[in-house]
Design a protein around this ligand. Sequence first.
Ligand code: MG
Length: 360
Amino acid sequence: MNRRACLKFLAAAAAAPLGAEQASVEARIVQLKLRQTWTTTMSSSDYRDTIHVHYARDGVTGRGEGAPIARYHEDAQGARKAIESILPLLESSDPWRFTRLLREVFDRIPGHYAAKAAIDIALMDWVGQKLGVPLYRYFGLDPAEAPVTTFSIGIDTPEITRRKVREAEPYPILKIKVGLDTDEETIDAVRGETGKPLRVDANEGWKTKEEALEKIRWLESQGVEFIEQPLPAAMFEETRWLRGKVNIPVIADEAVLKASDIPKLAEAYDGINVKLDKCGGMLEAHRMIEMAKALGLKTMLGCMISSSVSITAAAHLSPLVDYADLDGNLLISNDPYSGVRVEKGKLVLPSRPGLGLIPS
Ligand code: MG
C-alpha cells in the first residue's frame, strides 16, 4: 500500500464504525455530444463535459450528474478532484442520514456546485430506490402537475434560427437566447415561423438599463412572456429600476445561486431560475423554490446541457414550479440514460423508484 492509499484507508477507518458497511463511489467525466453547435452570449461549443457519480451500496446504485458552469469558474476535472477529495467521507457515511452527510459535503468542498449536485442526486436516487418510491412521491408531489417545458433556441443566423424553430414544432413554448446586437433579427426570424409564446433569456447580455428597457419594451410587443437576466447580475439597482418600468416578469438566473440570495433579490426581480448545477442539488433546489414561493416570487427550474440524469432529477421537483426549462437532454445525441420524457411539451415523470432511469 503506497502512502496515499494508506492515508485514504486510515481516514476511512477513522470515519466508519468498525464493521459498518461501505459504499462504493465513483466519479467520472462524461462527454456529451451536442446535436447542434450551441451559442449563447457566454460560449459556443459542440460538446460538453459533465461529472457523473455512481453511489453503490447494499445492491442498489444511485446515479447523479452535475454540469460545471464556466461562469462560476467550474470545470469537470475540478469537479472530479473535489469529489475524490472526500471519497472516504462518502464511502463511510450512513446514506440514510443524507441531510447531515450533504451538509458536511457542502462544508468540506468550497465552490464546485456541479460536484455537489452530482453527489446529492446520486444519494437521493439511492434513497428513492431503497424506499421503492419515485422521487416526486418522496417530495409529496403530483406528477400530473408537472409543467410544460420550453425548448431552447441558441443564438444563430436567421436562416438556422428559422430551421431550428421549424424543428421545434412539437414544443408549444420556445425559449430564445438573446443579448447580442442581432436580437431583433433573431426574434424576427422566430416570428416569421411561429406565433407560439416565447420566453427570452438575455444571459446578462445587455449592458445598460436604458438598452435593456428599449429591448424589453419591444419584446413585450412580440408576445414574450418573461425576460430572464436582462442585465449583469452585479447590476442590482439598475435591475430594480428596470423592473419598475416593464410589464413582463423579470427573472433572475445568474444573479441567484442559493436560498440565502433570494430575500434581497425579491426587491429587484419577479422570480428566480433554480438550477441543480448552480445550487448543488435537489435538496437546496427544493429549499430555494419553497423560499421563493413564500416571498411571492415566480419559480422556474432551468438546466444546463446535461444527460437525462440531471434533467430527470430536476423534473421530479417540477410540479412545484411555475415554469420549466428542462430541455438539456434533448439537445444531445449520446444520452447514456432515459428518464423523464416530453409529450406535447409536457414533462412526463418516470414512476419507477428513485430517479427512474433506464440505461440507453
Ligand atoms: Mg438563463
